[in-house]
Design a protein around this ligand. Structure first.
Ligand code: G6P
Length: 608
């Protein structure tokens, strides 16, 4: 999955394309490229690696032209070399692509048989050559694109630029997002509203199957059948967000530190604090009291948020919750009852597997409630109802503030569902709301222990394997802590339910492997203490994240201690996420890793 942008402008577009690509780099950063028309002739610059390499290239060899397309890549077909970087071009056109053309081998064979010689290993070059073939027949770019699109199987967002056509750009969308932006005598295409934020706040999202012909005056959108289509123009607020690091070294650090504020903002949206009640999203098309089951699906960190949510929904609202990673859910043909609700969770709202899970649930006749951070995303738009997380743009590839905001929303929904189903009385609801209200302050407290985390992280950075343990809602948090560490420091880590320790991972314990134990004082604290004793008895090195007195009470001398304030156990997982994130962050910083853009990952995974 990649980021694409196109501009029909008045000024030289190359710097503007790079600016837009910077905002899209979260979608991939293996290589980048731009193409413009210089005096009507197609010219391109591409570079392997991060966007700064392309910028350096453009500094040495600038590109003129007021119309152009740009791309930042996350490699699917073909290594991330300059040759495989987009835009891909023929003598007639250049194209940028986000997605996968599934039948590209078959198309390539056909085109090769007709005499085409391919330069790259990518699926995208097939698109460039196929449209060029069609153009040779008609000499009409729009007719050529219209003829080529039905031949492409798979998911794509495309933007085409044509040699000799200063007043023309064509975009197409199937299964990957694409937005049209409207300016004053300028027009834009982009993977999302954020990319276009510096240029315009007026955009239309293309529907699946749509394609669009742009000139500087406007856009003509057609649906998959070629009929003119009207897609609503909306005003986005993406421009309101400043995407910078503030005083922090990395976006991830900034986003970790923003959590008291954004979790507070999210809670304020869902809580009527004066009356100690949850404010549920309005106009939900289902009745919580009549649900017999919730089926959740999500990917990565959002999946772990769902796992925590399962505990809350089952405890507070007594609804059975089934949860799957979306890449499994979409294919396992789960029987879904009409009285069930599907919940999907996604920061970006564009994750391909999660979107496919959503569509599967809808096909089965279920209502889908999405918990999303990008309100204009495909997932938000396709769900029956969307519950927003108010985290603001998350730029660091490793999710942090979106995760804790997802937890905040799940906690509120579970309490609200409990009230609707009569499993929580008003008094208990008030108590739980009072506990939730304390969470942002407790997160701010946790941030004060940053130095202690940094100290422990330096130690962790020397190791090759780490085990994370937790029970109850802290079990998914152990999984998330391990994921964070893997993602950004490349240290191997595993999360385990503390009770499972003796069923396998205990064999790994020796005097070198750190075992991070997330142990808030909850009803099963004593059980977690027993698990720590089991580790200690085998010479294991415990890193304890718990109240300051916990080690003494457990009779342990941990190798590392991250102290936490006393708190009620119900929502401790939201607060304990902070040291888990900081631990990964400082381990990666100690090792000199690229924290915000870890190798091989991308923030928004819009391919399978
Ligand atoms: C990618 C990101 C993860 C994220 C996951 C799901 O793998 O690197 O940080 O948790 O996608 O993304 P979503 O946008 O659906 O929450």
């Amino acid at each position: 999955m990649c980021g694409i942008v196109g501009i029909l402008g008045k000024e030289p577009v190359a710097p503007l394309l790079v600016d837009a690509l910077r905002r899209l780099e979260y979608r991939g950063y293996d290589s980048a490229g731009v193409a413009t028309l210089e005096d009507g002739r197609l010219t391109r610059r591409r570079a392997e690696g991060k966007l700064r390499n392309l910028e350096a290239r453009l500094k040495d060899e600038p590109l003129a032209g007021t119309i152009g397309i740009g791309h930042t890549r996350w490699a699917t077909h073909g290594r991330p070399t300059e040759r495989n970087a987009h835009p891909h071009a023929t003598d007639r056109l250049a194209v940028v692509h986000n997605g996968i053309i599934e039948n590209f081998r078959e198309l390539r064979q056909r085109l090769e048989a007709e005499g085409d010689v391919f330069e790259t290993e990518t699926d995208t070059e097939v698109v460039a050559r196929l449209v060029t073939h069609e153009m040779r027949k008609t000499n009409d770019p729009a007719a050529a694109v219209a003829a080529a699109l039905p031949q492409l199987h798979g998911a794509f967002a495309l933007a085409f630029l044509f040699d000799g056509h200063e007043e023309l750009m064509i975009g197409a969308r199937k299964g990957a997002p694409l937005a049209v932006g409207y300016g004053e005598g300028e027009m834009y295409l982009g993977s999302d509203a954020l990319a276009l934020a510096p240029f315009t706040q007026t955009i239309s999202y293309l529907d699946d199957g749509d394609w669009v012909v742009l000139d500087r005056k406007g856009a003509v959108i057609r649906d998959a059948f070629g009929a003119k289509a009207d897609r609503p123009k909306i005003r986005t607020s993406a421009g309101a967000f400043l995407v910078d690091k503030g005083n922090h070294r990395h976006f991830m650090a900034k986003e970790i530190h923003e959590q008291p504020e954004v979790v507070g903002r999210t809670l304020a949206h869902y809580l009527d604090m004066a009356n100690g009640r949850v404010r549920m999203p309005a106009d939900l098309p289902f009745d919580w009291a009549k649900l017999d089951r919730i089926t959740m699906s999500a990917c990565g960190t959002a999946y772990y948020a769902g796992l925590v949510g399962k505990y809350w929904f089952e405890r507070f609202a007594r609804i059975p919750v089934e949860i799957d990673v979306a890449s499994e859910f979409r294919y396992r043909e789960a029987p879904l009852s009409a009285a069930g609700l599907s919940v999907v969770i996604s920061q970006s709202g564009e994750t391909a597997d999660t979107l496919a899970g959503l569509r599967y649930a809808k096909e089965q006749g279920q209502h889908v409630l999405s918990i999303v951070n990008v309100p204009t995303s495909t997932i938000a738009r396709e769900s029956s109802a969307a519950a927003p997380t108010l985290a603001g743009p998350e730029i660091g590839v490793a999710s942090t503030k979106a995760f804790t905001c997802q937890l905040a929303v799940l906690a509120c929904l579970a309490i609200g569902a409990g009230r609707a189903r009569g499993t929580l009385d008003a008094e208990r609801e008030r108590e739980l709301v009072a506990e939730l209200v304390k969470v942002p302050g407790l997160m701010a407290d946790a941030l004060k222990h940053e130095a202690a985390v940094e100290h422990v992280a330096r130690d962790i950075a020397k190791t090759t394997d780490v085990l994370f343990l937790g029970r109850g809602t802290n079990y998914p948090l152990a999984l998330e802590g391990a994921l964070k560490l893997k993602e950004i420091s490349y240290i191997h880590a595993e999360g385990y339910a503390a009770g499972e320790l003796k069923h396998g991972p205990i064999a790994l314990i020796d005097e070198t492997m750190p075992v991070v134990v997330l142990a808030p004082r909850d009803a099963i604290f004593e059980k977690t203490v027993s698990n720590m004793q089991e580790v200690a008895a085998r010479g294991g090195r415990i890193i304890l994240i718990a109240e300051e007195t916990a080690a003494d009470e457990a009779g342990l001398v941990p190798a590392g201690m991250i102290p936490m304030a006393p708190m009620a156990p119900e929502f401790a997982a939201i607060v304990y996420a902070v040291p888990a994130q900081l631990l990964a962050y400082y381990a990666a910083v100690t090792l000199g890793k690229d924290v915000d853009q870890p190798r091989n990952l991308a923030k928004s995974v819009t391919v399978e």
